[in-house]
Design a protein around this ligand. Structure first.
Ligand SMILES: [Zn+2]
Length: 375
């Protein structure tokens, strides 16, 4: 008999839920949760499907994840079609196997086993599932959190199934994420003939020294939780390609990944003071895509560490590296947030895969975490 975790993971992978479309994945999960006594609230926005499900009342542990996946990429390079899951040598292949349909299956089965063993558990077990994590993340968890906060729902603990592990299941657990701040900037000059520079004003010449100083700033040293704040320029554009033209404008985009030692307001202030010193004629639009958050200690961290030690016989490293995650939204509710999931070596790649035995282990870990918090 095939393991229920692997079986459900395969059923989810078969549904080509390219972000932000769900393609029936959530209905599959909802039916399973309803049959063990969960109440369901669909919270769809635009073309994004989300649901909030809960069982019991009181102190709340939310299991959170996404049903959407990134595109398959070059399908010819997959050994097996990306949406036809297959197990070869104990490895489950398919788009979403690791990010994160495998974890969703592990969570659902963990909830089923927990409820079967403790039908009158204390506290509230909840699910917050979205189909918009991989693309814009505008109509997904962020909106659900808005709804929940508007009616004063409390969430104490949130466990996210994002693939956090490096070499062995649970060797890395994410207990926070850095913030992400984007800037889109235009630096203006006066267009003219390159042989008559006195009649023009070259924005490239103004930009280079200012950007050079921006690149040389040491923002902070980082700390135990976060690596040092880092700024990267992602794009610079100016000119038309003509050799004899001074352009009228230079456009530049840059991004900050920052820890708790800084705020987006402090970064903006310092950057704008720098540009003022260089007397740049510029406009800038800032976009904060996530505030930093960190859960240094508490019952959730303890429960996760205990579960990993129990099943993997190793003590996980607590890290806040990597990109942003939906944890940034749930952390706004004051919840402790921890991410524990499978190995991330193949996520978003062709031939994405996960060790089937790891998913079974992960499901046991999830169950042990739930038991510790809601028994
Ligand atoms: Zn993911």
């Amino acid at each position: 008999m095939i393991c229920p975790v692997i079986n459900l993971a395969q059923q989810l992978i078969k549904r080509p839920s390219l972000s932000p479309y769900d393609e029936g994945c959530q209905q599959l999960i909802i039916r399973r949760l309803q049959s063990i006594g969960f109440s369901i609230e669909n919270l769809n926005f635009g073309n994004t499907q989300n649901f909030w499900a809960w069982r019991g009342k009181g102190k709340t542990l939310v299991l959170s994840g996404h049903t959407d996946v990134v595109p398959a990429g070059d399908e010819k390079r997959w050994h097996n079609p990306p949406f036809s899951p297959i197990i070869r040598n104990g490895i489950l292949y398919g788009r979403g196997a690791a990010d994160m349909k495998g974890s969703l299956a592990a969570m659902v089965v963990a909830a089923e086993r927990f409820v079967a063993a403790r039908p009158t558990h204390s506290g509230r077990l909840a699910f917050l599932i979205t189909s918009d994590e991989e693309s814009h993340a505008t109509h997904g968890t962020v909106k659900v959190v808005e709804v929940l906060m508007a009616r004063n729902e409390r969430v104490e603990y949130c466990l996210i199934g994002e693939p956090s592990s490096t070499y062995r299941i649970g060797d890395v657990v994410k207990n926070g994420r850095r913030g992400s701040l984007n800037a889109n900037m235009h630096i203006y000059g006066v267009q003219g003939h390159i042989a008559y520079p006195h009649l023009a004003d070259n924005p490239i010449h103004h930009a280079i020294p200012a950007l050079n100083e921006l690149m040389s700033i040491k923002w902070d040293d980082g700390n135990t939780c976060c690596s040092p704040t880092n700024m990267q320029i992602s794009n610079i554009q100016a000119g038309t390609g003509a050799n004899n033209m001074i352009p009228s404008k230079l456009s530049v985009q840059f991004n900050f990944r920052f820890g708790l030692a800084l705020t987006d307001a402090l970064i903006k202030k310092r950057v704008e003071a720098l540009f003022a010193r260089y007397r740049l004629n510029y406009s800038i639009k800032w976009y904060l895509s996530g505030k930093p958050f960190l859960t240094t200690h508490g019952a959730l961290v303890d429960a996760v560490v205990n579960a990993v030690q129990h099943y993997s016989e190793l003590t996980p490293q607590l890290l806040s590296t990597g990109g942003t995650s939906d944890g940034r939204f749930i952390a706004q509710m004051g919840a402790q947030v921890v991410e524990l999931g499978p190995m991330n070596a193949t996520i978003h790649k062709v031939n994405e895969c996960v060790n089937a035995a790891d998913l079974q282990l992960l499901s046991r870990m999830y169950q042990r975490i739930i038991e510790q918090l809601l028994s």
